[in-house]
Design a binder for this molecule. Structure first.
Ligand code: SAH
Ligand code: SF4
Length: 361
């Protein structure tokens, strides 16, 4: 079996080169071809001796993700559906700068990426979990989503959110390995403060992440402010109830000295009542978190709906009036979560549709 080079750190690859009797500096040379010049064939690495290129070809593969579908255009959100080597598919979403959304950075280009095919956590409202969990992505498949999105769009990604398909913290080792490659100057080179991981609330892994040295940001898919509501819509809450989750968040923010974000989808008549707003205020104040309110996107086959604008505003107002830092993500096309598993689901449904028919890019 050839080793996938995009799943290796520079240190690991240098060691592998050493074991092949090659000078270690060659490793950095190869990585520059891959991550700076974006070449995917050893043949193209013109400053490597021909015998070395042959050895590399025998020992390593440089895998690429191929797109099945691209939806969207340059100045709007672009969604990419990628086919993996075993025929499974995952999606990534590129969201252009939105000063209204982020305030500080008009040049922000955010990529939302996946870490698993499907998801085992089965939140009742989510398209990703509908079909169950298929498999973990390896580190190269996580890293490649960024390189592929840049290749296709011609844009440079400078902000990354792990909010695509899957539960990143349930694929902890591959996720961490990918992070090392994404964050490193010899790799993709995205600063840790510009990387956010979202979790539905895997308490032990949140604590483990807090103990890692990297200054990555954390978002919690809260979606309910009491055990009663979370139990009903997020089965993970039965395993790690709210109080344990909140304590893990406190641990994370004290270790990292940074604010955690609560993601809170507003689902009509499910979690958008006064009692939930009041409980959310209490948690948000105690933990000093930011709250992102996200009007729910309907998923075909699921009964949930987004609340009316009036109800959304009423919920938001309660938070604001109580001094909680809360935003509501409302702009069309900027709804990161809209992508969560939905493109893949759609593709599974109409498999026989020609891919270029759907591509309007
Ligand atoms: N599994 C992780 C990472 C996925 S993030 C997690 O749940 O945090 C994807 C985000 O989109 C999560 O906050 C998820 O709850 C939210 N989401 C899922 N389905 C959605 C929908 N139909 N509309 C709006 N948000 C949704
Ligand atoms: Fe999985 Fe997150 Fe969707 Fe829940 S919300 S099913 S954890 S992807």
């Amino acid at each position: 079996m050839k080793r996938s080079i995009k799943a290796l750190t520079l240190e690991e690859f240098s060691e592998a080169m050493g074991n092949l009797g090659q000078p270690k500096y060659r490793a950095a040379q190869v990585f520059r071809w891959i991550y700076e010049k974006r070449k995917d064939r050893f043949e193209d690495m013109s400053d490597l001796p021909a015998p070395l290129r042959e050895i590399l070809n025998e020992e390593f593969s440089i895998t690429r993700l191929e797109t099945v579908r691209t939806i969207g255009s340059k100045d709007t959100t672009q969604k990419f559906l990628f086919e993996l080597h075993d025929g499974q598919s995952v999606e990534s979403v590129l969201i252009p700068a939105s000063p209204a959304l982020y305030g500080d950075a008009a040049d922000r280009r955010t990529l939302c990426i996946s870490t698993q095919v499907g998801c085992a956590y089965g939140c009742k409202f989510c398209a990703s979990g509908l079909d169950g969990w298929k498999r973990n992505l390896d580190a190269s498949e996580i890293v490649e989503q960024i390189l592929a999105a840049e290749r296709i769009s011609g844009e440079k990604v400078n902000n990354l959110v792990f909010m695509g398909m899957g539960e990143p913290l349930a694929n902890f080792d591959n996720f961490m390995q990918a992070l090392r490659i994404i964050n490193a100057p010899w790799g993709v080179g995205i600063g840790a403060r510009r990387i956010t991981v979202s979790t539905s609330g895997l308490v032990p892994q949140i604590r483990k992440l807090a103990d890692e040295p990297m200054q990555i940001r954390l978002a919690i898919s809260l979606h309910g402010a009491t055990d009663e509501v979370r139990d009903r819509i997020m089965p993970v809450n039965k395993k790690y109830p709210l109080q344990e989750l909140l304590e893990a968040c406190t641990y994370f923010s004290s270790k990292k000295k940074q604010k955690v974000t609560f993601e809170y989808i507003l689902i009509n008549e499910i979690n958008d009542g006064l009692d939930q707003a009041t409980a959310l205020v209490k948690h948000a104040r105690l933990l000093n978190v930011k709250v992102n309110l996200i009007p729910y996107n309907s998923v075909e086959g699921l009964p949930w709906k987004r609340p009316s604008i009036t109800r959304q505003d009423a919920f938001h107002d309660i938070l604001k009036r109580q001094g909680i830092q809360a935003t509501i993500r409302r702009e069309k096309g900027h709804d990161i979560a809209a992508a969560c598993g939905q493109l893949r689901l759609q593709n599974l449904k109409d498999k026989d549709l020609q891919s270029d028919q759907a591509c309007i890019n």
